[in-house]
Design a binder for this molecule. Sequence first.
Ligand code: TYM
Length: 321
Amino acid sequence: MTNFSLLKPTGHLTLGNYLGALRPMRETAQRHGADSYYGIADLHALTVPHDPAALRELVPEMATLLLAVGLEPATLFVQSHVPAHSELSYLLECVASTGELNRMIQFKEKGRGVPTTRASLFTYPALMAADILLYRAEKVPVGEDQRQHVELARDLALRFNHTYGPVFTVPEIATPPAGARVMDLQDPTTKMGKSHASGAGIVYLLDRPDVVRRKVARAVTDSDTGPAALRRDREAKAGVTNLIDILEACGGTAEGLSTYGALKAAVADAVVAELEPLQKRYDDLARDPAAVTAVYAAGAERCRATTAPVLAAARNAIGLG
Ligand code: TYM
């Protein structure tokens, strides 16, 4: 079983990234003894206005965190170190239609109709499809917000295979049973993203315990009281539902709790317990940046070897000499 997933270095990694993607990535690889390819989608970070210096700092931080999370070193790489991604992306732009790219939620929300939107934000899903298809990935462990992108990758694989010959494996999405969509603690109707006007509703993986406790204590709930108030209702009680989801995703339960104060304390304890070992490993790994760089250099070499025959097959099928 081949697994594939990337994360975009547009901000510091969050609890949403961890519960929705990083932990399932680690578990999928462990469970299936799999052939996995995981890493950093730096090309995708260029689709929105960006600061080159900030990107240059975020990539090593993220690289160190992926190791700290426990992803197998041999599986890791940085997307731009493997030029085949850009090359296949162009071929898939020649298979995708403007109609389907125009329907992508991310493009609709972040840039459609705005003349200064980068053209790469429009073509981004073709690059993401190229990422996945180049490795003939079978499973793509991601959060719920990536579903539409993975579906497009499936559509493009099927269309390419049907039109030009059987080159690609049709991938499947894998979302975790709990934590596939973690919401912002201050604004629980929106996803916990890497960047938000204020970071108050975002738990970052490197937030230390006191910061995590403060953010959870200030999470938005509602004014219901009594034991019956502690229940899931995604529409009417988005904040409380999100806290219960986070607690369960971190191995706890809201059963037996009777106040929002107790719920928040339980959530804070569970999140701190989940993050502390990872932060300790991060601190250790960060002492030797050259060792982290070496891990990714070896990973890129492995990826170049894996992807070369797939790219060659795609070029050949589409008629390039
Ligand atoms: P990105 O960087 O926005 O997010 C990385 C991963 O974290 C998941 N995630 C969440 N899961 C649960 N709750 C949240 N609040 C939350 N926020 C983010 C995302 O679903 C994702 O799995 N386009 C991708 C990166 C990418 C990719 C790929 C992924 C590029 N090429 C190929 C898989 C396969 C992205 O922007 O993820």
